[in-house]
Design a protein around this ligand. Structure first.
Ligand code: IUR
Length: 465
């Protein structure tokens, strides 16, 4: 048989692309050849693009998605943990939201409950913020930790939040950048393989996925979010990670703060047992499920009680402080940020200007459009349009009114933090449009977590929702 581009007989990339293009199935060997070609650079750029588009158009069955995920996972380093941690290594992953700072209090809260949490997070792209960007608004915080250091921090502290290292799932780095360039980001098998290859490389016992749906999420409606969730849960469990998922609403921002430094402030308030209820509720609910999924609590409800306890008694806060120090923050800054009473903005940079907007009418706050707020903040420098762009950590928004609250005309409802001298008339107009006021009777409080899909290995004996 003729030699192919891979230097091995048997596989011609054009044939694989054609097969997928025509709606056929790729075998595990085909997928292995594709990922090997991606990794080694023997595939041409146009071939990678063509295959991504074929997958986007024709989809993949679960077997193919599983094979793709496995191949991507082993394209780089796969963590191995000490035997005695076998049941303790857990993580959660969110598909991205506005004001979603849940990982910041959740990782140390889980560590305070005895878990090991090697959280490998991403940066923000488009309108959603990234956990790494938030943490980098803390002076000294270093998201780049070599593999040995990750192990040491897990040993000493129990949690770390780090970026993808050079040798972790390199195939995903190549494919993700090409997906962005070829309009193939929103493909269920490609998203599934991208997320789970990285989580698989973390060597987890249990993984909770927080799949967002709504105006400010990748998937706008519950049904399309369910399709992704089903794929993630199926493939995750076939990778032998106990994988469960919540479907949570992403219309209004989570908590009252949006923007990197402001979200760190709000996460610290949560770790001090304060801060907005919706943030605390999400941390408690997600943490409760994870403790139950990893057999560390007999039920999600008792897991919730454990998380509430460590948020209230300061143990989660102490873990966060230790994590900050282990990841490069000076003992002085870490201690100061984690003190009961502190001036956060002695350490977190505050933007040069703050502008408050007033309610244009009397009424009940029926809705706050997180997508509009995120888009305005993005324009002010809080987010990036391209991978690698600089962002302004101090740009953000503080909501001064809660959903369901009565507000009087002329009262401030949002404070925007910005470095440019003033907001444009369009930014004013868009922000005012994001506040929906109406009659009290029209207000319907909506629960954020709309559903929970447990891992098949664990049966729920009681429903929380
Ligand atoms: N996060 C990932 O890690 N991969 C993806 O494809 C998406 C979000 I969309």
């Amino acid at each position: 048989m003729a030699q192919t581009e891979r230097g091995k007989p048997g596989v011609r990339f054009q044939e694989l692309i054609r097969r997928k293009r025509d709606g056929g199935r790729l075998s595990a060997e085909d997928i292995s050849a594709f990922i090997e070609g991606v990794k080694s650079g023997s595939l041409q750029e146009v071939q990678i693009g063509a295959m991504l588009m074929a997958i986007w158009q024709k989809g993949m069955v679960a077997e193919e998605t599983l094979a793709l995920t496995k191949e991507m996972k082993v394209s780089g380093h796969v963590f191995q943990w000490p035997e005695e941690w076998a049941g303790l290594v857990v993580d959660k992953h969110s598909t991205g939201g506005v004001g979603d700072k849940v990982s910041l209090p959740l990782a140390p809260a889980l560590a305070a409950c005895g878990c090991k949490v090697p959280m490998i997070s991403g940066r923000g792209l488009a309108h959603t913020g990234g956990t790494l960007d938030k943490l980098e608004s803390i002076p000294g915080f270093n998201v780049h930790q070599p593999v040995d250091q990750v192990k040491q921090i897990l040993q000493d502290v129990g949690c770390c939040i780090v970026g993808q290292t050079e040798d972790l799932v390199p195939a995903d780095r190549v494919l993700y950048a090409r997906r962005d360039a070829t309009a193939t980001v929103d493909s269920v098998p490609l998203i599934t393989a991208s997320i789970l290859s990285k989580k698989g490389a973390e060597g987890l016992r249990a993984l909770l996925l927080d799949v967002k749906f709504g105006r400010a999420a990748l998937y706008k409606d519950l049904d399309s979010a369910r399709t992704l969730t089903q794929s993630l849960v199926t493939v995750g469990n076939r990778l032998e990670i106990r994988t469960g998922a919540v479907l949570s609403r992403m219309d209004a921002p989570i908590g009252r703060c949006v923007g990197n430094a402001l979200e760190v402030y709000e996460a610290l308030e949560c770790l001090k047992g304060r801060g907005p209820d919706d943030l605390k509720d999400l941390v408690v609910v997600l943490g409760g499920y994870l403790l139950w999924m990893s057999d560390q609590s007999p039920s999600p409800e008792s897991g919730q009680r454990m998380i509430t306890e460590v948020l209230t008694n300061g143990e989660a806060l102490r873990k966060f402080q230790a994590m900050l120090e282990a990841q490069g923050v000076s003992a002085h800054v870490a201690h100061s940020l984690c003190s009961e009473k502190t001036d956060y903005f002695k350490h977190l940079r505050r933007a040069d200007h703050q502008t408050e907007l007033q309610a244009s009418d009397d009424g009940t706050v029926l809705d706050i459009d997180g997508m509009v707020i995120a888009t305005v903040l993005h324009g002010l420098g809080a987010g990036r349009t391209k991978v690698g762009e600089q962002i302004n950590h101090s740009v953000g928004a503080e909501l001064l009114a809660d959903l369901g609250q009565q507000i009087r005309k002329g009262r401030p409802w949002i404070r925007i933090h910005h470095d440019c001298p003033e907001l444009s008339p369009e930014q004013h107009r868009d922000l005012q449009r994001s506040l929906v006021l109406g009659r009290r009777e029209s207000y319907q409080a909506s629960v954020r977590v709309a559903d929970f899909i447990p891992p098949p290995e664990r049966q729920l004996t009681s429903r929380l929702l």
